[in-house]
Design a protein around this ligand. Structure first.
Ligand SMILES: CC(C)(COP(=O)(O)OP(=O)(O)OC[C@H]1O[C@@H](n2cnc3c(N)ncnc32)[C@H](O)[C@@H]1OP(=O)(O)O)[C@@H](O)C(=O)NCCC(=O)NCCS
Length: 183
């Protein structure tokens, strides 16, 4: 899948590079952040974790996995994961941003940009995201981008020793197109 570079006023979305490992650790190694992510995103987040993860990226042909660069450092990530089989018109979206930059509207804008990119440049007709029950900031980001809460998967998640509900958010291309036309 093509990996774009998209320039915005305060940040850039771009492919990851092997030399992002140090900034990846600096920004990803945060317990508050990890509590909202799947366990594949560990805490502590070590240099070995960063290198190992960066090494896997070449194999992910159905996915669009990009860095969010702020102040010349990879300070966040957004991934769109293409499903297969009968789900092949679905893309799952996931993202994180360095604690240093929370609350500035960056992720709301990143999701806006990537949703447009996905619906214009790929075959996906539906994007979805899975959010842990306590993650109100992420729900807000999705809702501001037109995603609707479609389901609550009760006690679906075991995170840090706690059973949590997972909220499923979805956005259909047809709804996104209507929303874009309405401005
Ligand atoms: C979720 C996350 C990506 C948001 O990034 P961000 O750039 O800070 O988001 P934005 O600033 O664009 O928007 C956040 C919105 O949530 C709101 N918000 C933040 N904390 C909140 C809370 N505890 N309760 C309710 N709303 C909250 C903000 O006020 C803002 O809404 P507003 O613009 O209407 O005021 C970031 O907090 C993060 O990386 N968290 C850890 C990883 C994660 O949760 N990833 C997503 C997994 S589904």
């Amino acid at each position: 899948m093509h990996l774009p570079t998209i320039e915005r006023e305060h940040y850039r979305i771009r492919p990851w590079h092997p030399d992002d490992a140090v900034s990846l650790v600096r920004h990803a190694n945060n317990p508050e952040l990890a509590l909202n992510m799947r366990d594949a995103f560990p805490y502590p987040y070590t240099l070995a974790d960063a290198r190992k993860w960066l090494n896997t990226l070449g194999n992910k042909r159905n996915d669009m996995i990009l860095a969010i660069e702020v102040n010349n450092e990879a300070a966040g990530g957004i991934g769109l994961h293409g499903l297969t089989d009968v789900y092949r018109y679905n893309g799952e979206i996931g993202y994180w941003l360095s604690r240093d930059y929370w609350g500035r509207g960056i992720m709301t804008d990143v999701v806006d940009v990537m949703v447009e990119y996905a619906f214009v440049q790929t075959h996906w007709l539906r994007l979805f995201a899975c959010v842990f029950e306590h993650n109100l900031a992420s729900m807000k980001v999705l809702e501001k981008n037109g995603f609707r809460k479609e389901a609550v998967h009760r006690k679906a998640v075991m995170k840090a020793g706690k059973l949590l509900d997972e909220h499923l958010y979805g956005l259909l291309k047809e709804n996104w197109l209507a929303r874009s036309r309405a401005g």
